[in-house]
Write a protein that binds this ligand. Sequence first.
Ligand SMILES: Cc1cc2nc3c(=O)[nH]c(=O)nc-3n(C[C@H](O)[C@H](O)[C@H](O)COP(=O)(O)OP(=O)(O)OC[C@H]3O[C@@H](n4cnc5c(N)ncnc54)[C@H](O)[C@@H]3O)c2cc1C
Length: 390
Amino acid sequence: MTYFDTIIIGGGPAGMMASISACSCGKRTLLLEKNKQLGKKLAGTGGGRCNVTNNGSLEDLLAGIPGNGRFLYSVFSQFDNHDIISFFEENGVALKVEDHGRVFPQTDKSRTIIDCLERKIKLLGGQIKKQCQVVSVKKDKQFIVKSTDDIFTCQQLIVTTGGKSYPSTGSTGFGYDIARHFKLKVKDLEAAESPLLTDFPHKKLQGISLEDVSLTCGKHQLSHDLLFTHFGLSGPAALRLSTFIQGGEIAYLDLLPQINPKDLLEKIQANREKSLKNALREFLPERLAAFFSENYGCKVKQLPGKKLDQLLQQIKGLPIPITGKMSLAKSFVTKGGVDLKEINPKTLESKTVSGLHFAGEVLDINAHTGGFNITAALCTGWVAGSSHHY
Ligand SMILES: Cc1cc2nc3c(=O)[nH]c(=O)nc-3n(C[C@H](O)[C@H](O)[C@H](O)COP(=O)(O)OP(=O)(O)OC[C@H]3O[C@@H](n4cnc5c(N)ncnc54)[C@H](O)[C@@H]3O)c2cc1C
C-alpha cells in the first residue's frame, strides 16, 4: 500500500490541473487514469483542436455556465480563465483567440495542450498511473483507493471522473458512486448541450452550416453558429438552446439577425429583375436560397406582395418543431451531479467528509461549449488541488 498526500481519480482537464496545483503546493501526488492516455474527452473538443478556455470577462463566463455558474465565484477569484491563458503561455504553449472568445493552441492540435499538462505534472514530481481503473474507495483514518491491480492510501482524495456523456471517453459516472458511498447527494443526471431532433425536412438542408444565426424558443434566444444534420440541428446555437428545452416546442430560426425585415425587403427588391433564387443567393447559402424559392420559379418583381411578406417572415423566423434531444450518452455535457450544497465553494471539499474533494463535470455544474466547461474543469481542478483545508 503506497501512501500519497493527494490522489486524484480521473485524468481529464480537472484531474490534470488538480495534480499540477497539488504538486505546486509540495504535496506527494498520484493521478490515476483508466485510459491509455490522459485527456481523451478533452482531445475531442473544438473539433480535435482543444477549445482550452474562453477569454471573456467574469460576466461572460457566468453567462456561459447556465448550470450553477454562480457557485464558481469563489473558484474564479482564486483561478480563472486568464490564469489558464497565462498558465499555458508560461509553459510554452502559444494560444490564439477565435470567434466568440474561444481560445485554442496555435498548433490547432489538442496534443499540444495535453502534452503540456502532462509534462508539467512530471516536471513537478507528480506521479501518473495510466490504464489504472479505480474500483472502490473507502475511508478509515485515511482514504483507501483500490484499483484493479493496486491499493493506495492518501490524506486528500480528489474525484475528477467527469460526467456521464460520451462514455467511450472514460467518463462513465464512477464519481457519482463515490459520492453516494460517502452519503453525499447526487442531483439527477440529464443531457445538456444536446443536438436537437426535428422532423423538419432535413434531407434538403442536411450539411448546411450557418454562422451567427439566431434561434429563439419562448424567452430563450441564442445567437451562434448552427448546423443542419441528418437528424436535426447541431452546432453551438442548437446545443445552447437544448439546455432550456425538452422537446415538443417550436424553435424559430432567424437566418439573418443582422438585417431588420424592412432593410431585407429593400435588398430583395433591389434585385427585382433577378429570379427569386438568385436574389436570395445574395444573402443566403445556395441550398437555402433553393429551399425558400422552390415553389416560386418567377422573378422577384412577379412575386405577389403577400408572398414576399410570407417569405420575409420565414427568413426572419423559420418555425422548426423540436421533437426531442439526443440521449445523455450522445450529448456533449452532463447536467446534474454531486449536489453543490454538499460542497464548500472555497475549497471544493465535502462539508461532511474531510479530505474528499470534487472538481470538474462530476459536480452539478454544466456550461455551454465554447470553452466554458473546460474552464470550469481546469479552475475547479486547480482550487481542489491547492486546498489545505483537510
Ligand atoms: C465531443 C465533445 C466536445 C466538447 N466540446 C467542448 C467545448 O468546445 N468546450 C467546452 O467547454 N466543453 C466541451 N466539451 C465538454 C468538456 O470536454 C468536458 O466538460 C470536460 O472534459 C470535463 O472535464 P473533466 O476533467 O471534469 O472530465 P473528463 O474530461 O470527462 O475526464 C474524466 C476522466 O476520468 C477518468 N475516469 C473515470 N472513471 C475512472 C475510474 N474509475 N478510474 C480511473 N479513471 C477514471 C476518465 O477516463 C476520464 O479520462 C465537449 C465534450 C464532448 C464530448
